[in-house]
Write a protein that binds this ligand. Structure first.
Ligand code: SAH
Length: 196
């Protein structure tokens, strides 16, 4: 398929913040994603007490699911509103602190300590700041990244993964000439070359 129509498209951080302000958040799944339930065993692989990363997390309810199962959840999201909504909608108390390594960034952490959400761009993170993860839930993340930033995004994700970590990736399949995205169409061949 010809993805030429999407490859130069750029959605700015400002546009994402506006979506949150205007309530244009049709991507949010109130009931959580059925594919996480379906493939939970693949993500966990019999392990408990994992560190799970949610790139471009929004207010994904799956973060609460995994925290409730005893895992430790870390997310990153540029919209502070999304993160505050997440804690409010689950009635979770949290505290806010600056992130010394990232000017202007904040970390919102549940008082219980098992959910830490960074309010900054994912490109500001590194393993020296957030550590490495045993699992990644990538839904609405790779497909939301600007096509020109995909390799940078994937290279960063690889540096955030422990040796035996598992990565669940949700993509969408459609004719990229009919919709401008996001979500963008990322062909399977490109996923293979991105992750190697
Ligand atoms: N994964 C979530 C949200 C998907 S929408 C879900 O499944 O519901 C993509 C999200 O990425 C938006 O909330 C947007 O604000 C955020 N975002 C876009 N660019 C980002 C960046 N560079 N760093 C962190 N978050 C970003």
């Amino acid at each position: 398929t010809d993805i030429g129509s999407q490859k130069d498209r750029v959605v700015s951080e400002e546009e994402w913040l506006q979506k949150w302000e205007m309530g244009n958040t049709g991507f949010h799944k109130e009931q959580g994603h059925p594919l996480l339930q379906k493939y939970l065993d693949v993500l966990l692989n019999g392990r408990s007490g994992l560190r799970i990363f949610f790139p471009l997390c929004g207010k994904a309810v799956e973060m609460k699911w995994l925290a409730d199962m005893g895992h430790s959840v870390v997310g990153v999201e540029i919209s502070e509103q999304a993160l505050k909504d997440f804690f409010a909608e689950h009635s979770l108390p949290y505290c806010e602190e600056p992130v010394p390594e990232i000017p202007g960034a904040k970390k919102l952490q549940s008082t219980s300590g098992n959910i830490s959400l960074y309010c900054c761009s994912i490109y500001d993170l590194s393993s020296s700041i957030v550590g490495k993860f045993d699992g990644v839930w990538d839904r609405g993340a790779l497909v939301a990244v600007n096509p020109c930033d995909r390799q940078r995004y994937v290279s960063l994700m690889i540096t955030l993964m422990e040796k035996n970590s598992s990565y669940l990736l949700v993509t969408v399949s459609y004719d990229p000439n009919k919709h401008k995205g996001p979500p963008f169409y990322v062909p399977e061949s490109e996923i293979k070359s991105l992750f190697g």
